[in-house]
Design a protein around this ligand. Structure first.
Ligand code: FAD
Length: 378
């Protein structure tokens, strides 16, 4: 009954077992330590932007959908400086100085089951897949001369990859809500933990007509993309002028060492995804394709403002911003990019990227736990 995900992944020479070992033993513990620090746990976000695409109903009103705000010290606020790089962005950054933006302590607001579901949630997913995600079966003919060896009914490899990233993100959300499910709700205490039948209903091969394992493979693909982005961020973070300001110099220094250690660990993984296989070929065509993908991703980041559950909106925004940052890092140095475009990262992007891969890394670790629970059940 364990969802069958094993062996080599499509589009990259990497197998699931190697990723499991590398993530669970090496990367996951380092990421967890970093994500506890003040620099990475406070995320600035505007949760009050209106939905730009339709008039949404009321906010979902579920207790577990609320977000607890917080305010870090003034000193830290003054020091979190801003660097900008609009042209290469794959997603919208909420204005750091927008009066509606607030700092959220991510540790106080864990991603978990909220009860958000039904037509409202489906509307978001449908809009993402049907209108913005180059969903494979909606594509009837080749969209570009960059045609991938017939494996996905005429869809170019970049658009197929894009769909897989979004599907991987969706799979990760489903794993988190199954792993931290509301098991009981007594008046004095709530109990959260893994719900094996919820997990099976979303990923078991038979129960999902074979879709579940494919979705899990997309999760691994997403992991590889974000891991590769971490490696490519290394030179930027290494720069002497790159500081992780929180207003506490000793802590900042330790955090930078921890971050560099994480990035070196990411670099030690031997089976990296090769991003040069994407947006290759004819330069004009590649630039056009990159723009299509960039605009589709921008749209998905806007759709996050239509998510009615605030907790889901928070993590949805953070993870799309993290993935958008990964894409910016991977594709900022294409031949089609402006010559002056040197990669820079601001605090908001770095925090989103590290938290986003933290979520995917946790999902992979949770998968291991579910495999063990399912094995005990049989
Ligand atoms: P859904 O997960 O809503 O899926 C809808 C349809 O999409 C499925 O029927 C299937 O056809 C397809 N599908 C499902 N998974 C994939 C995949 N991986 N790849 C491709 N297609 C797929 N709920 C929480 O409890 N906690 C959260 O933190 C949370 N965050 C959310 C964030 C966002 C941005 C959104 C839109 C929703 C969030 N939700 C969250 C709700 C959650 O994702 C589900 O919508 C909800 O649990 C209902 O699930 P479902 O079984 O109806 O299928």
């Amino acid at each position: 009954v364990c969802p069958q995900v094993s062996g080599e992944l499509d589009d990259c020479h990497c197998d699931v077992e190697s990723i499991d070992r590398f993530n669970n033993e090496l990367l996951f513990p380092k990421l967890q330590a970093l994500l506890q620090t003040d620099y990475f746990r406070f995320y600035k976000v505007n949760l009050n932007k209106p939905c730009p695409f339709w008039t949404s109903g009321s906010h979902c009103g579920l207790r577990d959908c609320t977000v607890k705000p917080c305010s870090p010290t003034r000193e830290a606020l003054k020091n979190w400086t801003k660097h900008d790089d609009e042209a290469q962005r794959f997603c919208l950054l909420d204005d750091e100085w927008c009066p509606d933006s607030q700092y959220v302590d991510l540790l106080l607001n864990p991603e978990r089951f909220t009860g958000y579901k039904g037509p409202e949630a489906w509307k978001i997913w449908t809009s993402i897949y049907e209108e913005n995600c180059f969903k494979p079966f909606t594509v009837k003919r080749p969209l570009s001369p960059l045609y991938s060896s017939g494996r996905s009914e005429g869809q170019c490899v970049e658009k197929r990859a894009f769909y897989r990233l979004i599907s991987g993100l969706h799979a990760s959300i489903s794993i988190h809500l199954s792993a931290r499910y509301l098991l009981s709700d007594e008046w004095f205490e709530k109990r959260w933990g893994p719900n094996v039948s919820e997990f099976r209903s979303r990923f078991d091969s038979e129960l999902t007509q074979g879709e579940g394992p494919k979705r899990l493979r997309n999760l691994y693909f997403l992991f590889l993309i974000e891991l590769r982005a971490l490696v490519k961020a290394l030179p930027v973070v290494k720069e002497g002028s790159f500081k992780l300001f929180t207003g506490q110099p000793q802590e900042d220094c330790r955090n930078k060492e921890r971050l560099l250690d994480l990035l070196h660990t990411a670099r030690s993984f031997p089976l990296h995804f090769n991003e040069t296989s994407l947006f290759a070929g004819d330069e004009t065509e590649a630039a056009k394709l990159k723009e299509d993908v960039r605009l589709a991703f921008m749209n998905i980041s806007r759709i996050m403002d239509c998510v009615e559950c605030f907790k889901c909106r928070l993590w949805g925004k953070l993870q799309t911003q993290g993935l958008g940052t990964a894409l910016k890092i991977l594709f900022s140095e294409l031949p089609s990019s402006p010559p002056s475009s040197r990669l820079t990262l601001n605090r908001q992007e770095l925090v989103a990227l590290v938290n986003a891969i933290g979520r995917i890394s946790t999902s992979i670790k949770e998968l291991q736990n579910f495999r063990e629970l399912l094995a005990e059940d049989t």
